[in-house]
Design a binder for this molecule. Structure first.
Ligand code: SF4
Length: 241
């Protein structure tokens, strides 16, 4: 059984085409800009079996077309890696495109962990990976975790030739300065599996959830990026090598 936070049947922003998006419950990260703090609690969500989910998904498969399919997101979906392996295994037998939207924070190269990631990747068509901050100390402030496993996960995906989209939440005063962006671009340039870079402008739509949950919002007073800041980020991160 998996713990599911929510489902979106016509997702258009989490991977290519029209996608059925499964948001799994639970996340060990604490990104200051997270707009879904209600996904953090490992004990929350609704229990669903792989069969129940696949039954739901297949009702929508005629909307997927050539590009669409299923994206598993979160929370951090790989908290429930065994469930995602089983789900993707069944989806591949159904001929459905699979995409994983992960922070990569749970990746490491210990034999048992790697074995599971290897199995999952054999059923995964695309990974959406967030690079939250390229500077490890600043990453720790922003998310309460090191970026070491995340950057190593990107390298692992490259080694395995798994297509990847890099996503970057652009937050003024946190990770939008040119030096930081150039370092991110330099890292991306070391990888040969990156098909796309997406800049996601920071927004404050999730702030009311913090009030409801009684959690202090750390980015109070931080503005959303200006058009100029977004343009600069696009130019640097999507520019030629
Ligand atoms: S990894 Fe995603 S769900 Fe987890 S805290 Fe960060 S933004 Fe939120």
């Amino acid at each position: 059984m998996g713990r599911v936070h929510s489902i979106e049947t016509f997702g258009a922003v989490d991977g290519p085409g029209i996608r059925f998006v499964v948001f799994l419950q639970g996340c060990p990260m604490r990104c200051q800009y997270c707009h879904n703090p209600d996904t953090w609690d490992f004990a929350g969500g609704k229990e669903m079996s792989v069969d129940e989910l696949v039954n739901e998904i297949t009702k929508y498969r005629h909307y997927f077309g050539d590009d669409g399919g299923v994206t598993v997101s979160g929370g951090e979906p790989l908290v429930q890696i065994d469930f995602v392996i089983e789900l993707f295994k069944v989806l591949k037998t159904e001929g459905i495109n699979t995409c994983l939207d992960t922070s990569g924070v749970l990746f490491n190269r210990k034999t048992e962990v790697l074995k599971k990631f290897d199995e999952l990747m054999s059923y995964t068509d695309l990974v959406l990976l967030d690079i939250k901050h390229i500077d490890d100390e600043k990453h720790k402030v922003l998310t309460q975790h090191s970026n070491e496993n995340i950057l190593d996960f990107a390298k692992y995906l490259d080694e395995k030739n798994i297509p990847m989209w890099v996503r970057y939440v652009l937050v003024p005063t946190i990770n939008e300065d040119e030096t930081t962006l150039i370092s991110v671009k330099n890292f991306i340039n070391t990888l040969s599996n990156v098909e796309k870079v997406e800049i996601l402008p920071y927004h404050t739509l999730g702030v009311s959830k913090y009030d409801k949950l009684g959690i202090e919002y750390a980015l109070e007073g931080v503005n959303t990026p200006t058009k100029e800041q977004i343009d600069i980020a696009n130019k640097i991160l999507k520019g030629e090598k």
